[in-house]
Design a protein around this ligand. Structure first.
Ligand code: SF4
Length: 163
């Protein structure tokens, strides 16, 4: 499985989830608290009025002037802000690899908040390390051990991890 934006997102939530996703182990769809994939779908993609696709990458174009292209994601809450930020950086890198230079912005309208996201040498280095680590996790025979974190109670794998 090739590392994509979704795996980058999961990596920043829980490394065990990366392994489970890579093995197509489906989270509990009946979990009322929803799994993260469903969260992504409902809070990221389907709320957009204008969605632009580039390969497996989807986003809104916020601004396209002579100076720069800015791509944006609108989120309901900043609860997963770190994961969302790194997913955006992955998108920026995907575009850059295709010769398109862009900046990113995360929008949290309900919190009246706007965070700029840049792909610079430091974020690129960290992103490359994440990609390498994700590949190592996926190669392992066993998943990383379950470690309780703030995302567990809303996770579709909760029963799988702790039953
Ligand atoms: S329940 Fe917790 S440890 Fe298990 S996959 Fe979900 S977030 Fe990770």
């Amino acid at each position: 499985m090739e590392v994509n934006g979704t795996l980058i997102w999961y990596y920043n939530i829980c490394k065990r989830e990366v392994w489970l996703m890579s093995r197509n182990i489906v989270p509990d769809q009946h979990n009322e608290n929803i799994d993260l994939g469903k969260f992504l779908h409902e809070n990221s993609f389907s709320r957009k009025k204008k969605e632009i696709s580039f390969g497996s990458v989807k986003f809104d174009v916020i601004l396209d002037t002579k100076e720069k292209l800015v791509i944006g994601e609108t989120k309901k809450s900043s609860r997963y802000e770190e994961a969302s930020k790194w997913q955006m950086i992955f998108y920026l890198k995907t575009l850059r690899d295709a010769g398109i230079y862009a900046e990113g912005v995360m929008l949290y309208p309900e919190e009246k908040r706007r965070d700029e996201v840049l792909l610079d040498s430091s974020s690129l280095k960290m992103l490359n390390e994440m990609v390498n680590e994700i590949n190592l996790i996926m190669e392992k025979e066993e998943p990383p051990k379950a470690q309780k974190c703030k995302y567990c109670k809303n996770c579709g794998y909760f029963e799988y991890c702790y039953a």
